[in-house]
Design a protein around this ligand. Structure first.
Ligand code: DWN
Length: 395
C-alpha cells in the first residue's frame, strides 16, 4: 500500500533552465513522495512524462565534476579487471563519462537525451537514442546478443516503469553476466535530511531492500553492495540471474539489508518523522537567509542543481534572498533557475568580492568546491548548507 508522507508543494521541472521568454510556459506540479509498504520503495506519488525531462535540451553533464570523472574511471577499471567483459552495455550514458573508459568496440550504450546520444555517437560509440525498456532490450539483443556487463549510474532511479526496466535487464544479461547499478540511497537521505534528492527526474530513491524486493520477481538477485560517497551517498548494487552460481552472494547484501531495516526503512513512521525534519529545515534555512539579508549581506548559490531547485521552490527562496546562482555549465549560464527564476551566471561573474555567503546548491561536491575557492575563504567568506541541518560550515 502506498502512503504519501512528504509534500514539497508546487515544483517545476528541476532541470528546466529557462530563458526569460520561457517563464510564461513553465509548468508546475505538486511534488508528493510516497512509501510503499509492500516493496519498501520510496517514489514520487505522481510523475511527469519522461519526454518532458529527458530530451535534447538536457543540461546535466556528468563529466563536469572531477569527483565524478574519477569515480567513473575507477569503477570502469575495476569492472573490466574483475569481469573481463567481451561486450558491455551502459544504460544512461549521458556525455560518455563512463563509456570513454572503454574502446568503441567494447561497449554500446542507451541514452534518451538526443544532445548526449549524438555526442557519443560522434565519438565513434554506438549509442541508442531511446528510453530503456523491454522492447529496446529485444531490439539490441537481436543485433548484438546478450551482455556480460551492464552498467547504469543515476539512471534507474529516473525510470518510472521499474518492472519493465528490470525485465529488460533479465532479457539481455548473459547467463554469467553482471548488472551494476548505482543510485542515491534512501537511508542516506533519511540520515542527512536531504529532501532535495526528490525532484521530478528522480521517480524513486532506492533502498537495497526495495531493489531486492522488485528484482526477485524478475529472476534476478543482488550479490554484492558497495556504499559510495557520491551524490550525497549512493549504493552500487551488483545483480545477477538467480540461476547463476558463478557469482557468490557477498555478506554485504544481508549487512546492508539488516542495517536498512534497523534504521526503519520499512516503517511508515520513519518517513513521517523525516517529514517533520524537512519542515524544520525549511524554517531554519529561510530564517538564516533572511537574518543575513537583513544585515545587508550578499548571498549567492553555488551549483545550479536539480537539488537546489527543489529547495528554492519548496522554501519559496528567490532573488530576495539569493542574488544569483553560479555554475560552470555553459548550457546553464545566462539562464534562469526553474520556478524561482534566479539568474544563473559563471563563477567569475557571480562570485564578486562583496559576496560574503555561498549557499551550497551542490552540497554533494562541498570539498571539491571549497578547494576551488581559497580566496573566498581567505577573505572571510562563509558556506551555508542545509545538510544534515541548516548551518554555516566555516563559521
Ligand atoms: O540524477 C541526477 C544527478 C546525477 O545529477 C540528475 N537527474 C540531475 C543532476 O542532479 P543535480 O543537478 O543535483 O547534480 P549535481 O551533480 O549536484 O550538479 C552539480 C552542478 O554544480 C552542475 O551544474 C555543475 C555545478 N558545479 C560547478 O559549477 N562547479 C559543480 C562543481 C563540482 C563545481 O566545481
Amino acid at each position: 500500500m502506498k502512503t504519501t508522507f512528504l509534500k514539497l508543494n508546487k515544483q517545476p521541472e528541476s532541470n528546466g533552465y529557462l530563458d526569460k521568454h520561457q517563464f510564461k510556459d513553465e509548468f508546475f506540479f505538486n511534488l508528493d513522495v510516497c512509501f510503499d509498504s509492500d516493496t519498501y520503495l520510496v517514489s514520487l506519488t505522481k510523475s511527469i512524462p519522461p519526454e518532458l525531462m529527458f530530451n535534447e535540451n538536457y543540461a546535466y553533464y556528468s563529466s563536469l565534476s572531477s569527483t565524478m570523472r574519477k569515480s567513473f574511471a575507477n569503477i570502469a577499471k575495476s569492472l573490466k579487471n574483475i569481469y573481463k567483459p567481451k561486450l558491455s552495455l551502459e544504460i544512461g550514458s549521458n556525455d560518455g563519462v563512463f563509456m570513454k573508459n572503454f574502446n568503441t568496440n567494447e561497449i554500446v550504450s542507451v541514452e534518451p537525451c538526443g544532445n548526449f546520444a549524438d555526442f557519443t555517437n560522434s565519438l565513434g560509440y554506438k549509442t541508442y537514442k531511446n528510453f530503456w525498456d523491454y522492447s529496446l532490450s529485444t531490439h539490441i539483443k537481436n543485433k548484438q546478443g546478450t551482455f556480460d556487463l551492464i552498467y547504469s549510474a543515476n539512471c534507474f532511479s529516473h525510470i518510472q516503469t521499474l518492472d519493465d526496466a528490470f525485465r529488460a535487464i533479465k532479457n539481455i544479461l548473459s547467463a554469467d553476466g553482471v548488472f551494476v547499478m548505482e543510485d542515491p540511497s534512501i537511508q542516506q537521505v533519511l540520515d542527512k535530511n536531504t529532501y532535495d534528492l526528490f525532484y521530478y527526474a528522480h521517480a524513486h530513491v532506492f533502498s537495497i531492500t526495495s531493489i531486492q524486493n522488485i528484482i526477485l520477481k524478475h529472476g534476478l538477485e543482488i550479490f554484492n553492495v558497495d556504499s559510495i560517497n557520491v551524490h550525497g551517498g549512493s549504493n552500487r548494487i551488483y545483480i545477477k540471474h538467480i540461476t547463476n552460481n558463478t557469482h557468490t552472494i557477498d555478506a554485504s547484501v544481508s549487512k546492508h539489508i539488516d542495517d536498512e531495516l534497523l534504521c526503519g526503512i520499512g516503517v511508515l513512521q520513519t518517513y513521517l518523522d523525516f517529514e517533520k525534519r524537512v519542515r524544520k529545515s525549511k524554517k531554519d534555512l529561510v530564517l538564516l537567509l533572511e537574518t543575513l539579508k537583513a544585515k545587508g549581506e550578499n548571498i549567492i548559490c553555488y551549483g545550479a542543481t536539480a537539488k537546489s531547485s527543489t529547495v528554492f521552490n519548496y522554501c519559496d527562496i528567490s532573488t530576495d534572498l539569493i542574488d544569483c546562482i553560479v555554475d560552470m555549465t555553459p548550457d546553464k549560464q545566462n539562464k534562469y533557475s526553474p520556478g524561482m527564476h534566479i539568474p544563473i551566471v559563471s563563477i567569475d561573474i557571480g562570485l564578486t568580492d562583496d559576496v560574503k555567503y555561498i549557499f551550497l546548491g551542490a552540497w554533494n561536491f562541498k570539498d571539491e568546491i571549497m578547494k576551488k575557492e581559497p580566496e573566498f575563504i581567505k577573505r572571510g567568506g562563509k558556506f551555508i548548507t542545509h545538510v544534515p541541518i541548516v548551518h554555516i560550515i566555516n563559521e
